[in-house]
Design a protein around this ligand. Sequence first.
Ligand SMILES: Nc1ncnc2c1ncn2[C@@H]1O[C@H](COP(=O)(O)OP(=O)(O)OP(=O)(O)O)[C@@H](O)[C@H]1O
Length: 484
Amino acid sequence: MAGNGNSLTMSEKICNTNSSAESVAPATPETELVNRVFSVESDEELKPIDPVENAKIWISDGHGAKELDGMDDDLENVNILQFFHRVDSDQIIYQTKKKRLKLIGKYVMGDLLGEGSYGKVKEMLDSESLCRRAVKIFKEKKLRRIPNGEQNVEKEISLLRKLRHQNVIRLIDELRVPEKKKLYLILEFCVGSLQVMLESAPGKKLPAKQAHCYFTQLLDGLEYLHGARVVHKDIKPGNLLLTLEEVLKISDFGVAERFNMFAKDDTCFIGQGSPAFQPPEIANGAESFPGFKFDIWSSGVTLYNVMTGQYPFEGDNIFRLFENIGKGDFTIPSEIEDPLRDLLLGMLRKNPVERFNLQQIRQHSWVNMKPPPSDYKVPIPPLKNDQWHNMTVFPYLIDYYYEDYGNGVTYDEDGNVANSEKPQYFTERELNATDQDKQLVAEQVNGNKQANQSTSSSSIRRSGRKKRPITCMTVRNFSMCKQS
Ligand SMILES: Nc1ncnc2c1ncn2[C@@H]1O[C@H](COP(=O)(O)OP(=O)(O)OP(=O)(O)O)[C@@H](O)[C@H]1O
């Protein structure tokens, strides 16, 4: 039975039966659905749905498989239950991706923590010190696509190398892997940002006691930075990270600027950063502006946001937002009383000359007061549903040391096969000392140098390594890993 090219009319379709079901079944909800799948309207053209224009569907009619292509069969006779195999959701087995160990120098790669415009941030474990770390991964290809990408990253690195303060994120190490065209910045590990915490908090705000604790740490960090002639220019909750011990760390120095020692003041000429946190002088298009007062303003907006769950200036789009910031008029919710109200007004003065400086803020009564007690504290939100924020490198180590490493395939941090029998080692040192380092990791993990002797010969793996039993000692050693 031929139709017109790719299409048949409904009547042609009904005559065209070659299945075991000869009779035309009455329309049922199932056949209705089939009609909809194939876009069938009575006596209209039968069109298989795009994009699988000529897709073939096989059904079983109890006497073998039969092919349907949506053209030649009497679709009225098809039972939808034959058509789609029903599987209960509790019968679906989700296959989780195997966690394959990857080593970058002495660091064991863990899971993704977040992603910025420049690259991914993952968790890492320093196999020598057993310190938990975060790594920012930059790909040369991606940096080239970002205007001034490479220069900005180099600027950030050279800045971070010089900074050392408890409330400023510390650059621990940097690894360049030319073969991979990648740069790894090893940083202090944090469990989340103030932004993530706010998003999970009722009313998107923090109790005064908690906000006070973080704000005073922000002041400590800022005081250090300004003393080191560094303007951050992107202070906002998203760039204020927290450790498990709730130590605040100012991070992301991508747009920061450091004045040279001969600079006569803190005048800046380039204002970047996040629009909602930028001061009126930037919104009004000033060619130059005082850098330190820029950070004071952004910190004021941050404090406002943390205490109220709102922003002092808003706008449907960036033009409206800048218009509002430029005017400098804002209101403070009535529940915010003095002395906090006075502090916010001082930090958000339109004229940077009149705006509070760090000393004035330090001496302010809200900063120096003992904050009111609160019976509620916003917790640091769980990382991937893990409220304990366990180390994510653990499963990778388990797989490497205790599971069958079988086919000898390893994966890079993007999940691509990096076909190598051994885990990937990139630095010269690692290439020369692979076995020792593996041994080192194994000993640190196991804490039991005798384990090798006690494992049976049947546990020898295809890769030649021996399986070690997971002992309580193993778990204890992991739990003793430092968090910072
Ligand atoms: N040291 C760290 N410890 C834990 N998480 C981190 C660390 N540094 C960054 N992150 C997380 O990784 C994510 C990306 O951070 P990154 O600084 O690269 O970009 P960003 O600040 O979000 O964006 P952009 O780079 O575009 O300004 C963020 O969600 C941040 O919370």
